[in-house]
Design a protein around this ligand. Structure first.
Ligand code: ATP
Ligand code: MG
Length: 581
């Protein structure tokens, strides 16, 4: 902070010496504004043909030709981009409302720059999160306010910012363009297109940081957000507005689960947003291609901030994606947003914080790393009907090291979310995919967000599975088992096969219900292990093709009655005989 006793010298730049009367008016203005101590001196500036420039400390009052032109430029920048024929009336109305003014522009100086961070002196009025404009047009965001300097993260090439160059305040916070046109597109963390499909016409511009909806603004999470993955929809149902963490080691199928959930939203009037943080460009473009090939880009937007981007951009990417999701949620739409992944996001934030010389805490993360993710995930939710009833369901992804869920970032995010899908290495490599660990996974919203139909079909699945896994361990080394134990083991093994599901093959609620009723009705009991997979897949096809009597009988809003369950089991037996299992 500047001390009050410091004497300031104001300098008035003009082409020629002002009259005594003019000079006196300037002097009394600076004394009134900056204190009686302030001295005013005249500096001859031949380049200033018209007007003047008054510099007082870090404030600059510019009434030169250049200053006025830059104000005009800012005014014209505000005109929305439209078809060329509409330009003239827009220009006319913009210029009508434009009045040039002499306002104090705060100017600071770059003290040092490097690693995507600039340290700036001056700009005493700058606020946390404010956007600063550097001489070469590069933008940065204030992240650290010290007594006499400001730490600023840069959103552009830091080679274009040099020591000693000037910086201006903009008075604005970081924002993201939003609009319907973002659907089907791939953009970077600042909202600019990176898919080579031309400019995106935005409907508006919103700040990337925004307070989460309050309790009054929300309603309970009670509608299912079906992922199409049997394990999840049956045992860990996710509701619209819920935050469900997908957690597991590297290469355990985390992204695949999120992608399947996106694919399953086809024709369900849900908008999906996939935020890729710190990933290889090749894997993201492959993923976009998969989505496009399956028609999912028709309702999906991708925010991609690759591993090659600066830590600053990786830090803001999920907030930018969230802002876009919020835009649709506030219009009453249902949105599914995937943050892939928040561990890389936390690492980017740690790098920034260390460069800004914040004190390192546990695992060298700064003290506010919990707030980093809590303020992001709190923005998900189900809005009240008064606010349009939209929802934002968040699927954050976290990568663990050697399945250690008790590390710092995983525990933080587990405590922020409403449940987690825990993926296990051993299951993945034993061929059980998706490799969901049934014991460690949970959905805290649970069956409130499950359709009555599926709820009545699930029955004792979870209990049966945990009994099987326990029994499997105990009986591993025993050779002669009694008949009932053998039966239970075969049944459990059948259930494990039931939950195996290939990528990109989401199942509808009807198919899931039929599978569950069939398996819990022990239809798979005598089928040899090697045929279980083909039996299961064949049965799903059979239900799709030849069981038209089912759909009218079963209805999502109604629990299955005994007759319907018996009918499904009869269809399964019929298929088993026909297919010769
Ligand atoms: P990373 O840590 O690299 O981000 P990840 O955990 O996101 O990896 P994915 O990229 O989703 O994992 O999947 C890793 C591999 O596992 C992929 O090659 C994919 O083909 C395979 N895989 C994932 N899910 C399944 C599945 N249900 N069935 C068969 N293969 C799968
Ligand atoms: Mg992944």
């Amino acid at each position: 902070m500047r001390s009050n006793s410091e004497k300031i010298t104001a300098r008035l730049f003009c082409q020629s010496v002002p009259s005594a009367e003019h000079f006196e008016r300037f002097a009394s203005f600076v004394k009134r504004k900056y204190g009686e101590e302030t001295e005013l001196e005249f500096v001859a500036e031949p380049t200033l043909k018209n007007g003047f420039r008054l510099e007082v400390g870090e404030n600059i009052y510019d009434w030169s030709k250049e200053g006025l032109l830059s104000q005009l430029e800012a005014c014209l920048d505000g005109i929305p981009r439209t078809e060329a024929s509409d330009v003239v009336p827009l220009l006319k109305s913009a210029l009508k409302g434009w009045t040039p003014s002499v306002f104090a522009e705060e100017i600071g100086e770059v003290v040092s720059v490097g690693d995507g961070i600039a340290i700036v002196s001056g700009l005493y009025g700058a606020q946390y999160g404010e956007i600063l404009l550097f001489e070469t047009g590069i933008r940065g965001m204030v992240q650290q306010l010290d007594r006499d300097r400001i730490g600023c993260i840069l959103f552009g090439d830091c080679d274009l910012v040099s020591q000693g160059s000037t910086v201006k305040r903009t008075g604005k916070t970081a924002g993201m363009p939003v609009g319907e046109a973002f659907i089907g597109r791939v953009v970077d963390a600042l909202g600019s297109p990176v898919d080579g499909k031309g400019e995106i016409v935005a409907d508006g511009y919103l700040p990337i940081e925004h307070p989460a909806p309050s309790i009054i603004d929300r309603q309970s999470v009670n509608e299912p957000m079906e992922t199409g993955i049997l394990t999840i929809d049956a045992m860990f149902p996710i509701g619209k507005g819920q935050r469900e963490l997908i957690i597991g080691d590297r290469q355990t199928g985390k992204t695949s689960i999120a992608v399947d959930a996106i694919l399953n939203q086809k024709d369900k009037d849900v908008i999906c947003i996939y935020v890729a943080i710190g990933q290889k460009i090749s894997s993201v473009s492959q993923l976009v291609e998969e989505l496009r090939a399956r028609g999912a880009m028709e309702y999906t937007a991708v925010v991609n901030c690759g591993a090659g981007e600066s830590a600053s951009l990786q830090y803001i990417a999920p907030y930018a994606g969230c802002t876009l999701a919020e835009y649709f949620m506030n219009k009453g739409r249902d949105v599914l947003i995937v943050y892939d992944d928040l561990s890389k996001h936390a690492v980017a934030y740690r790098a920034l914080s260390l460069l800004l010389e914040r004190s390192p805490g546990r695992e060298a993360y700064p003290g506010d790393v919990f707030y980093l993710h809590s303020r992001l995930l709190e923005r998900a939710g189900h809005l009240s009907d008064r606010l349009g009833g939209g929802s934002m369901t968040a699927l954050p992804i976290v990568e663990t090291q050697a399945s250690d869920v008790s590390a710092y970032i995983p525990t933080n995010i587990i405590s922020i979310t409403d449940g987690q899908i825990f993926l296990e290495n051993d299951l993945f490599f034993s061929g059980q995919r998706p490799a969901v660990n049934v014991g460690l996974s949970v959905s805290r919203v649970g069956s409130a967000a499950q359709s009555k139909m599926l709820k009545s079909a699930v029955g004792t699945l979870r209990l049966d599975l945990s009994q099987y896994r326990e029994m499997e361990v105990f009986t591993q080394f025993s050779s002669d088992l009694d008949e009932s134990t053998k039966n239970k083991l075969t049944y459990g093994k059948g259930l494990m096969y039931l939950l195996r599901q290939a990528r990109f093959e989401p199942l509808s609620a009807l198919e899931q219900t039929a599978l569950l009723v069939m398996a819990l009705g022990r239809v798979m009991q005598d089928i040899p292990t090697e045929s279980l997979e083909s039996f299961k897949n064949g049965f799903v096809d059979y239900v799709r093709r030849t069981a038209p009597e089912l759909p009218p009988l079963i209805n999502k809003g109604k629990a299955l009655d005994r007759e319907v369950k018996e009918l499904i089991i009869a269809i399964a037996e019929e298929y088993r005989q026909k297919a010769g299992f």
